[in-house]
Write a protein that binds this ligand. Structure first.
Ligand SMILES: C[S@@+](CC[C@H](N)C(=O)[O-])C[C@H]1O[C@@H](n2cnc3c(N)ncnc32)[C@H](O)[C@@H]1O
Length: 234
């Protein structure tokens, strides 16, 4: 039996540390500002919302905010942050989303699809995201870029995981929309080490030498209209 949570268990089993990690990520809120600029008055799905990293900016801007996650623990943290009574939180697998066809203007999915290592399941999730998207809707994936200090610390400069995953995104009708040079900023070196130890293991944590870690972020965009007319995108 496929166990999708197993793929991303570090993100939900130790969610107190994931929350600290998440808050340290994109410390200057560059991605949040980008999401702010595209979410005004939209029906937004935060697909794999976790503890609600971008909940505040999306909820403040959107006509309606829906957060979906497989993990109830993560969702309960997101719910605490919510200040809009109209926001909805659904515990569901993204491979079978309980929403109508063509009902969502904007889908944001930050650091989720790469945690689904079963390609068949990941493809199912993409099909579901496309199914619930309005005909002029947009899907945004927030992902790790290759070649940053964050990737080197995780040993991803020595293998092809990030590259293979980012290539897979481009093969699935997404285009690279923009790149952000960001960083993680923890309260202390000890806090940085502890978070990385809990999520990635002690070997990776031992490589951390500062409370500030450089992180490059890629934003990928899927636009249904462009995808139906691939020539127009070239
Ligand atoms: C790395 S965390 C990212 C969370 C959040 N988007 C953020 O930016 O902090 C990945 C999240 O995706 C969720 N997730 C993974 N696979 C999922 C699936 N098939 N269906 C729903 N949620 C899933 C996990 O439970 C976890 O909360």
């Amino acid at each position: 039996m496929k166990n999708l949570l197993k793929d991303s268990k570090a993100y939900y089993e130790n969610n107190d540390y994931y929350e600290i990690f998440s808050q340290a990520e994109d410390y200057e809120s560059k991605v949040a500002e980008y999401l702010n600029s595209i979410s005004k008055n939209k029906v937004v799905l935060d697909a794999g919302c976790g503890t609600g990293k971008f909940l505040k900016v999306l909820e403040n801007n959107a006509k309606e905010y829906i957060g979906i996650d497989l993990s109830n623990d993560q969702l309960s943290k997101a719910k605490i942050k919510s200040t809009n009574k109209r926001s909805k939180f659904i515990c569901s697998n993204l491979s079978k989303i309980p929403l109508d066809d063509g009902s969502i203007d904007l889908i944001i999915s930050s650091w989720v699809l790469g945690t689904i290592t079963d390609i068949e399941e990941r493809n199912n999730v993409v099909c579901e995201l496309k199914r619930i998207l309005k005909s002029n809707g947009i899907i945004i994936l927030v992902e790790n870029s290759e070649n940053s200090e964050f990737e080197i610390i995780r040993g991803r400069d020595k293998d092809t995981r990030t590259k293979e995953y980012n290539d897979w995104i481009l093969e699935n009708d997404f285009i690279l929309d923009c790149k952000f040079n960001t960083y993680f900023k923890f309260k202390s070196l000890e806090e940085a080490k502890k978070c990385f130890e809990v999520i990635y293991g002690s070997k990776i944590a031992s490589k951390i030498a500062s409370d500030k870690i450089e992180h490059k972020i890629d934003i990928y965009k899927f636009n249904q209209i462009k995808s139906k007319n691939p020539k127009e995108t070239s």
